[in-house]
Design a protein around this ligand. Sequence first.
Ligand SMILES: Cc1cc2nc3c(=O)[nH]c(=O)nc-3n(C[C@H](O)[C@H](O)[C@H](O)COP(=O)(O)OP(=O)(O)OC[C@H]3O[C@@H](n4cnc5c(N)ncnc54)[C@H](O)[C@@H]3O)c2cc1C
Length: 421
Amino acid sequence: MSTNTHPGTLTVVGAGIVGLAAAIELQRAGFDVTIVDKEGVGAGASKGNAGHFATEQVFPLADPAMLPKLPGMLMDPLGPFRIQPRYFFKALPWFMRFLHNMLPSRRSHNSRAIKALNQDSIAAMKSLAEFCNCKELLTLNGSLLVFEGTPEPEVHKEYRAYADAGVEVQLLSADEVRALEPSLSTNITNALYFTHVGHTEDPYRLCLALEAKFKQLGGKVVTEELVKINSSNTDSNIRLETNASSYTTERLIIASGAWSKPFAKQLGYSVPLETERGYHLMMPQRSRLSRPVASYNRKFIITPMLEGTRLAGTVEFGGLKAPLVEARADCLFPHAKALLPELFADASVEDGERWMGFRPSMPDSLPVLGRSQKQSNVFFSFGHQHLGLTWSAITAKLLTQEVLGKQADIDLSPYRIDRFS
Ligand SMILES: Cc1cc2nc3c(=O)[nH]c(=O)nc-3n(C[C@H](O)[C@H](O)[C@H](O)COP(=O)(O)OP(=O)(O)OC[C@H]3O[C@@H](n4cnc5c(N)ncnc54)[C@H](O)[C@@H]3O)c2cc1C
């Protein structure tokens, strides 16, 4: 720590929701914080996600139940879980680790670590949104997981799985679903109602509100691409080279989402970070929904937003360079029309705006969070997979505790970067 009255300079790489939330907490803690982002604030996955503070998602993605369906799913070009054929061999090492994480012991360890982050994530986001004067961007109305004709025993099994995992959930009949959301299709036979979750009506606006507060606190945002990190294994300053300039900083946070792997490598860590590309189709029609509605059968989510209705989901392994596949965004539309027939009666897929974002995902569904063991002034916060919005405020809080050398509110060992070595 510096001997000045302030704790010193600190650079955050990445102005997604994870980097922004961390930058605010650290600036508040007294650091002189600069965010470096190659494209500007909220340009990555944080711009177009489904806006769901999804604390009901307590199960890691690596689920043995998906094994029999996996080969077919991966090869279906419009399936909810797809691998691009030319990317198959590149993704293979990640998938080997993913399979390993299906072991019951790994799965329960990972689930516990997910729950530890989920536990206070909404409270942390509420407090951050209040601090950033944007609490209107956080709605705490719960969310629905709807079923269409799924056999009752299967619905009950799903319900029990969530309830037994400690998730606040109610099982609704068809009539109860319609009482809650009258615009939903009459084909819906049941729903799970997650009462303690929330959503934002505009994830990008949330990023901008955080940026405004960060700047008001004295933080700086630099739009440049970080190329090289020159760091010794001591506490000395770190030299950063960007495409336009070079800087020194006393502390460094890597929060560049799906692009974090080469930086971890430069710092001496090989991490199995892959991107799960996800799509949205933003429809201009504004729904009467009061909460996000996910479909158990169709594997996607509908979120009511300020600018319309966002249809989001799907997982595609294809790396960071392959272009957006329009058909993967478009295929969400017929599913949404089936669930909201009146809203989309006269709509067409061409009304929608297509988007693809790069979820940063580790095979154990846990982020990389905390101090580097090789450089005491370097910290990581990336790999937040499907839950980066949900975990942004809580990981910012935990990271700040770690940077300040305080005991973190939860045990951070499950998230350490060296867990893969
Ligand atoms: C379709 C979809 C739906 C989703 N829905 C939800 C949801 O409902 N709830 C939820 O919690 N999560 C959701 N997610 C996941 C969530 O969006 C991500 O986990 C989260 O946005 C990750 O945030 P981040 O800040 O780590 O990464 P990003 O937002 O991707 O930010 C990384 C930043 O790093 C910058 N960067 C990269 N390389 C460099 C470099 N060399 N130099 C400088 N800057 C660099 C990029 O420009 C970018 O701005 C969804 C994701 C997708 C794709």
